[in-house]
Design a binder for this molecule. Structure first.
Ligand SMILES: Nc1nc2c(c(=O)[nH]1)N[C@H]1C(S)=C(S)[C@@H](COP(=O)(O)O)O[C@H]1N2
Ligand SMILES: [Mo]
Length: 302
């Protein structure tokens, strides 16, 4: 299947320097099958339960309209300022309730078996995008460190570099940016660590060199530029919840029936579209993830 071929090529040593060459190789491969690169989403393989068949937003939309408060709170500011972030050398430490704590070098993570997955990202502010991420399941990283039976939650931390991040001078959030998932959410096959988009390494404004993507939750759960992943028994504190617990809960599953206290979540605007569309429960991933929350009151646990 073509998608497998794509991932094979993508996983062969992606580095910022070789990525362009890989992309050229990939395009050559696709041409051999008489298919333009843009046709991938329409192939049967793209209909896997993990990839949306929706038309992705343009690369320009995805890289110029961002939330990354370490570089300012304006949607245009990450694209302007995030270039300052040095993404090499870079390590991700995975520790806590594990038997084999380890610090991974980013270049070794880029050698994981990468896949292209088209996922929706839905922001709590009411806009959404469809993004062709390149990444690998978080579960594959977590298995390598052997979680203990006490590992009930996973905490994530973004790098904190005041010299490179103009936005952290303002105390909008309690830095470093922190997020968390329950262990079953973290191990779910839809949850990925993304290292690229549109077949290329992640632009800094999208969370280079590695960021989380949890497609059934509001965008703020998808933490960028991760340096630490910590497994623990208790639910970890998270940045937006600490800033305003009334507005941002720990779960933050996309839910058209639970409004944000200051606005409705019943509809959303896809960036690039004029008309709004109805928000889907779990951002349209209910079939895959609703079972994780069976028996839970999702109004209380928003
Ligand atoms: N470290 C960090 N991660 C972050 C944010 C942030 O401000 N800092 N913003 C979040 C929010 S609110 C959203 S909607 C998504 C946006 O991802 P994108 O810019 O790649 O579309 O990133 C999330 N991850
Ligand atoms: Mo967001």
């Amino acid at each position: 299947m073509l998608i497998r071929k794509v991932s094979d090529i993508l996983s062969s040593e992606i580095t910022p320097h070789s990525i362009y060459l890989n992309r050229r190789q990939f395009m050559a491969g696709a041409a051999g099958l008489l298919l333009p690169v843009s046709a991938i989403a329409a192939l049967p393989a793209a209909k896997s339960p993990f990839s949306s068949t929706e038309k992705p937003n343009s690369r320009n939309d995805i890289t110029s309209y961002n939330n990354y408060y370490e570089f300012g709170s304006g949607k245009d500011e990450p694209a302007i300022y995030a270039g300052k972030l040095k993404t090499r050398p870079w390590t991700v430490t995975v520790d806590g309730e594990v038997n084999a704590a380890r610090t991974f070098d980013i270049d070794s993570l880029l050698k994981m078996k990468l896949q292209e997955r088209i996922y929706r990202l839905r922001c709590v502010e009411g806009w959404s995008m469809v993004i062709p991420w390149v990444g690998f399941p978080l579960a594959e990283l977590l298995k390598q460190v052997q979680p203990t039976s006490r590992a009930k939650f996973v905490a994530f931390e973004t790098a904190l570099r005041p010299g490179e991040m103009p936005g952290v001078a303002r105390r909008v959030l309690d830095w470093p940016y922190r997020e968390g998932l329950r262990i079953d959410e973290a191990m779910h096959p839809l949850t990925i660590l993304a290292v690229g988009l549109y077949g290329e390494v992640l632009p800094n404004q999208n969370g280079a060199p590695i960021r989380l993507v949890v497609p059934w939750k509001y965008g703020f759960k998808s933490i960028k530029s991760i340096t630490r992943i910590h497994l623990l028994e208790k639910q970890p504190p998270t940045s937006w919840n600490m800033a305003n617990a009334r507005e941002y809960g720990f779960y933050s599953n996309v839910n058209p029936e639970v409004d944000h206290p200051r606005w409705s979540q019943a509809s959303e605007r896809r960036i690039g579209e004029f008309f709004k569309r109805k928000t889907l429960p779990f951002n349209g991933y209910g079939e895959q993830v609703a079972a994780l929350y069976r028996g839970m009151d999702l109004v209380k646990n928003f």
